[in-house]
Design a protein. Structure first.
Ligand code: CU
Length: 265
C-alpha cells in the first residue's frame, strides 16, 4: 500500500511540475515551429504513457494486494491482451516518430534562395564569413591557416577575394531570409546553438557541416557552444543580431573583405 501511495504522489507531482514549471523553451525566433511541435507531441505521448502505466501499477497494487485465502494465479499467455498492447505501442511509436521525420525532411532540404554564412569555431571563440558579391565562399584548407589568414582561405581562389570576414563573436543576419549556416571547426568538436532558433549542428574538424533557418524576430540572441570542447567551453559564446535588411546591409558594408584584410596585415 505504501508503494501505491508513493507512486500516486509521483504521478500527480510530475504532471503538476510539468504544468507549473517556469523552465519552458524560450520564445521561438525562427521558422522551426515543426521542431517545437515534435517536442510537444513527444511530451504528450510520453506523458500519457507515464500516467497510464503508473496508474495501472497503483490500481494493480491495491486491487491485487496479498490477502489470506486468495491464492495467486498464473496466466502465461493472453493473446487478446498481447494484440492490444502491440497495436497501441505501434500507434504510440508512430506518433512519436512521424512529427520528427516530417521536421527532419524539411531540415535537410536547403531552400534554393538561402544565402550562405559560415561560422568557424575554435577553442574558444567564434568567427564568421560571408561570401561577398559573388555569393560563393572561397575554398579553404587548414594548411593556409596562419596569423595573417586565420580562416585558412585559399588565396589563389578567385571566389575568396571578396569574402567578408567577421573576426568577432558577434554576427548580424537579415530578418526573414533563409540562411544556410555552413560550419567549420579548427580543432575539436563544437556545436552552433542559438536556443531561440531551435535548430543546431555540430562543427566537426575535417568536415563542412551545415543547417538552415529563417530568423523571424529582430533582436540579439546568444550563441552557445553545445559540445563540451575543453576547459574554456563555458566562455565559447557569441551573439547573433537579427536586423531588418537595410540595417543589416549597412553593417555588412563596413566589414572588411579578405583581399583588404590580408593587405592591411
Ligand atoms: Cu566549443
Amino acid at each position: 500500500m505504501a508503494l501505491a501511495i508513493v507512486l500516486a504522489v509521483l504521478i500527480v507531482s510530475s504532471v503538476l511540475f510539468h504544468l507549473v514549471t517556469p523552465w519552458y523553451s524560450t520564445p521561438i525566433a525562427s521558422n522551426w515551429t515543426s521542431i517545437d511541435t515534435a517536442v510537444d507531441i513527444t511530451f504528450w505521448v510520453t506523458g500519457a504513457v507515464f500516467v497510464a502505466i503508473n496508474s495501472f501499477i497503483v490500481w494493480a497494487l491495491i486491487r491485487y494486494d496479498q490477502r489470506k485465502g486468495r491464492p495467486a494465479t498464473y496466466e502465461p499467455e493472453n493473446a487478446k491482451l498481447e494484440k492490444r498492447l502491440t497495436l497501441w505501442t505501434s500507434v504510440g511509436i508512430a506518433t512519436l516518430l512521424a512529427p520528427g521525420l516530417y521536421a527532419w525532411d524539411k531540415f535537410v532540404t536547403i531552400p534554393q534562395n538561402a544565402s550562405v554564412v559560415e561560422a568557424v569555431g575554435q577553442q574558444w571563440e567564434w568567427s564568421f564569413r560571408f561570401p561577398g558579391k559573388d555569393g560563393v565562399l572561397g575554398t579553404t584548407d587548414p594548411r593556409y591557416i596562419n596569423e595573417n589568414n586565420p580562416f585558412g582561405i585559399n588565396p589563389s581562389d578567385p571566389y575568396s577575394k571578396d569574402d567578408i570576414l567577421i573576426e568577432s563573436n558577434t554576427v548580424h543576419l537579415p530578418l526573414g531570409k533563409p540562411i544556410k549556416m555552413v560550419l567549420r571547426s579548427k580543432d575539436v568538436l563544437h556545436d552552433f546553438f542559438v536556443p531561440q532558433f531551435r535548430a543546431r549542428m555540430n562543427l566537426v574538424p575535417g568536415l563542412v557541416t551545415y543547417f538552415w533557418f529563417v530568423p523571424t524576430k529582430t533582436g540579439k540572441f546568444e550563441i552557445l557552444c553545445a559540445q563540451l570542447c575543453g576547459i574554456g567551453h563555458y566562455t565559447m559564446r557569441g551573439y547573433v543580431i537579427v536586423d531588418k535588411q537595410p540595417v543589416f546591409d549597412a553593417w555588412l558594408k563596413k566589414q572588411p573583405a579578405f583581399a583588404q584584410a590580408t593587405a592591411a596585415r
